[in-house]
Design a protein around this ligand. Structure first.
Ligand code: BGC
Ligand code: CA
Length: 343
């Protein structure tokens, strides 16, 4: 009897060792390297492709991790399939830039079913309860409202300092606004907060036009600005508010082509924006620190893949508001300080 029992114990031990081995294989490539399955919602996006993607690649290398970054081409259905492929390949961890922030639940459910940790970055989930539905999902991004508040404060200060900007002298800011992706927390918060800064400062505002673009693109900025300039209200525009630099670049092109100069602001602080500020074609932007957002994404991903507390040994901390998020601060970039942001 004793013997039968001890054989049973040995068999059990062998089985659990085999299980551990299988589990261990899932966590990493055969040589122990952490494999990160990542995407960018669209490689056509200036900020994502120009700032975040190169740093994700560079920093993964520095950390000795392997990263595969795929292009979701602005299609959530495509991203869903890409995540399925990553899961089949048994990546150690997922780093996902949602296409549709309202589709977070689908991705989280996939990761949870496969028991793979998930870091969402740049586009915060908008579905209530999505983040709470899995204990191994976290978010890396910003506090969206902060960018609008900073941009708004810059615009208010400049408006007050430049009475000639009120072209028709009615004490009201006649503005046009390039919004970016409808439903994107950054686009929504920037639109709300930048305009609110004027209202809070006791300055009246009149929106002449607002256009959204899911791709936040330069082409869109160019086309809309050109159309606005030749519209019935073209000569009434006193301020151009752009929710990102990519669209601002297009608006600047259109203004130059029409030989019109208008105060214009963006968000992101891309290198080209710093040049436009130097050339007096842009009045300000807001640093969206994609380099640090990329690093935080990977630091959390690597810890999560190893089953460690996600911020352990890193420069980051999770917000205390229960959103399981690391939020990298925004900074104002003006004609006075833009040189500090040059690389
Ligand atoms: C950036 C935009 C970018 C968007 C993509 C925002 O945080 O400011 O430039 O297009 O993220 O999701
Ligand atoms: Ca006016």
């Amino acid at each position: 009897m004793k013997r039968v029992l001890s054989i049973a114990v040995v068999v059990l031990m062998i089985f659990s060792a085999m299980n551990m081995f299988a589990g261990g294989q899932k966590e990493s490539a055969k040589d122990g390297t952490i494999v990160i399955g990542a995407n960018i919602y669209s490689f056509a996006d200036n900020f994502m492709n120009g700032v975040m993607k190169p740093e994700l690649e560079r920093y993964a290398k520095e950390k000795g991790a392997k990263i595969e970054i795929v292009d979701s081409e602005g299609q959530q259905a495509k991203l869903n399939d890409q995540v399925d492929v990553f899961i089949t390949k048994k990546v150690s961890v997922l780093a996902i830039n949602l296409v549709d922030p309202a589709a977070a639940g689908t991705i989280i459910a996939k990761a949870k079913a496969a028991k793979i940790p998930l870091i969402l970055f740049n586009k915060e989930a908008t579905e209530a309860g999505a983040m709470a539905s899995y204990d191994k999902v976290w978010y890396v991004g910003t506090n969206s409202a902060e960018s609008g508040i900073i941009q708004g404060q810059m615009m208010v200060a400049d408006w007050k300092a430049n009475p000639s900007w009120d072209k028709n002298g009615d004490g009201t800011v006649q503005y046009v606004l390039l919004k970016g992706e409808p439903g994107h927390p950054d686009a929504e918060a920037r639109t709300r907060e930048s305009v609110k800064a004027f209202v809070d400062a006791g300055i009246k505002v009149e929106q002449l036009a607002l256009e959204a673009d899911p791709n936040w693109s330069t082409q869109h900025g160019n086309d809309k600005m050109a159309a606005w300039l030749t519209s019935g209200f073209g000569n009434k525009i006193e301020l151009v508010i752009c929710n990102n630099d990519g669209m601002a670049f297009g608006a600047i092109n259109a203004l130059k082509a029409a030989k019109v100069a208008l105060p214009l602001y963006g968000v992101d602080a891309l290198d080209q924006a710093l040049t436009h500020i130097a050339d007096g074609e842009m009045n300000g932007t807001v640093l969206n620190d994609g380099v640090n957002q990329s690093r935080a994404t990977l630091d959390l991903a690597i810890n999560a893949a190893q089953g460690k507390p996600v911020t352990e040994g890193t420069a980051w901390s999770l917000t205390s508001d229960g959103t399981k998020a690391v939020r990298v601060p925004y900074l104002p970039v003006t004609p006075k300080n833009y040189k500090e942001f040059r690389k």
